[in-house]
Design a protein around this ligand. Structure first.
Ligand SMILES: CC(C)(COP(=O)(O)OP(=O)(O)OC[C@H]1O[C@@H](n2cnc3c(N)ncnc32)[C@H](O)[C@@H]1OP(=O)(O)O)[C@@H](O)C(=O)NCCC(=O)NCCS
Length: 198
């Protein structure tokens, strides 16, 4: 644990880490509430969008040489239509919004402040770009009585609120993925959270 190192990587500097980042995401997103049956090839392709997008970034945490955490962000305008559309239809200017992708940490590295650091690094990146009024991300909504919900599951809403984000129940979309117990992908309801950067 003494060798922890956090860095923001962009563009071509991300390429060498993509396989390790894909493995990390697949491992972490098996957990509730994601329950994601990951596919390494898809994950690498998805992560490449952060390398290819102008002003995309991934905050990478290493313990020595090993990638143990990551958190991604890019301008909302570089996202797919299902992510941009809810903002357009509610009168927001997508060009003024910075989108946070996912944060993942191996369980043994949680509770050390790295989750907070992910938010700080991505916000600093957005602010340095100087053209964003808002930061946003979205979170999956599972029914409260979901059979896979661990008895002591603690939602991350507290962490997000502490970082200055407010849930926006009117801004919603769906992401499709295959749950561990599903034969094929199904759409999952996603709700956005927003923070003003001014
Ligand atoms: C999300 C994640 C990266 C957070 O990382 P972390 O290192 O455990 O978070 P931190 O230690 O920085 O905690 C930050 C703060 O949030 C609080 N917090 C952490 N988890 C929390 C939770 N589940 N609910 C409420 N508050 C929480 C901490 O107490 C801490 O508060 P403080 O600022 O007063 O000290 C990590 O839990 C993770 O990888 N989870 C699995 C994947 C995931 O759910 N990703 C998020 C959606 S993509």
């Amino acid at each position: 644990m003494s060798q922890l190192h956090v860095e923001c990587r962009t563009g071509a500097d991300l390429i060498a880490d993509l396989p390790a980042l894909a493995r990390l995401r697949i491992q972490v997103f098996r957990e509730y509430p994601y329950l994601y049956k990951g596919d390494a090839e898809y994950e690498e392709r998805y992560l490449r969008t952060y390398a290819d997008a102008t002003d995309g970034v991934i905050v990478v945490v290493r313990d020595g040489d090993r990638v143990v955490g990551a958190s991604s962000a890019l301008p909302l305008a570089a996202e797919t239509p299902n992510v941009i559309e809810p903002f357009k239809s509610h009168g927001y200017a997508p060009d003024r919004i910075f989108y946070y992708g996912e944060s993942v940490l191996l369980p043994e590295y949680r509770g050390l402040g790295l989750g907070r650091r992910f938010f700080e690094e991505r916000e600093a990146h957005a602010r340095a770009l100087g053209r964003f009024d808002l930061a946003c991300f979205c979170a999956v909504e599972r029914p409260h009585d979901h059979p896979q919900r661990p008895r002591h599951y603690r939602p991350l809403d507290g962490l997000w609120a502490k970082q200055g984000f407010v849930k926006q129940p009117q801004l919603r979309t769906t992401f499709s993925w295959r749950d561990l117990d599903e034969a094929e992908e199904t759409p999952k309801p996603m709700v956005f959270w927003l923070k003003h950067l001014d």
